[in-house]
Write a protein that binds this ligand. Structure first.
Ligand code: FAD
Length: 106
């Protein structure tokens, strides 16, 4: 199986980039596509302990897919849950779009 860290960095890049490109006002079918994607991702992610914990997270915190910002913040929360588990610093979710879409402003 692939290296858990390399896989993780790549996977988060794909997931946050999907959030960054998700519509601000998604249609019903776009919302159901995203819900389905997250659910399938949690079954197919090839780090099985990671996937199991991610499925448990999905059970506690239902994915919010009603807008780009809702999903981006939800995903940031999911990533922070893993950060906490691994003893990594938590990310400020008010800045997720700067990191993944617009670029840092300072
Ligand atoms: P990563 O955590 O990969 O983050 C990459 C970049 O994302 C960071 O440099 C930062 O700029 C940005 N970032 C950090 N936090 C956030 C946030 N909350 N919101 C937005 N952007 C952020 N590894 C394990 O060892 N055990 C596990 O159980 C596990 N579960 C995982 C579950 C999932 C669904 C995924 C996708 C990955 C999982 N991983 C797990 C991998 C782990 O999360 C990291 O990807 C890996 O440890 C590499 O960490 P990193 O320090 O390079 O940064």
């Amino acid at each position: 199986p692939p290296d858990v860290e390399v896989l993780g960095r790549s996977a988060w890049t794909v997931l946050h980039s999907i959030a960054a490109n998700y519509p601000e006002a998604p249609s019903r079918s776009q919302q159901s596509d995203l819900t389905g994607f997250v659910s399938l991702f949690s079954k197919l992610y090839p780090c099985w302990v990671c996937a199991e914990d991610f499925r448990a997270y999905l059970g506690r915190e239902v994915p919010r897919v009603t807008s780009r910002d809702e999903f981006g913040k939800w995903l940031c929360g999911a990533h922070n849950d893993v950060n906490r588990k691994l003893g990594k610093p938590e990310f400020d979710c008010s800045r997720w779009e700067e990191r993944w879409r617009t670029g840092w402003k300072d």
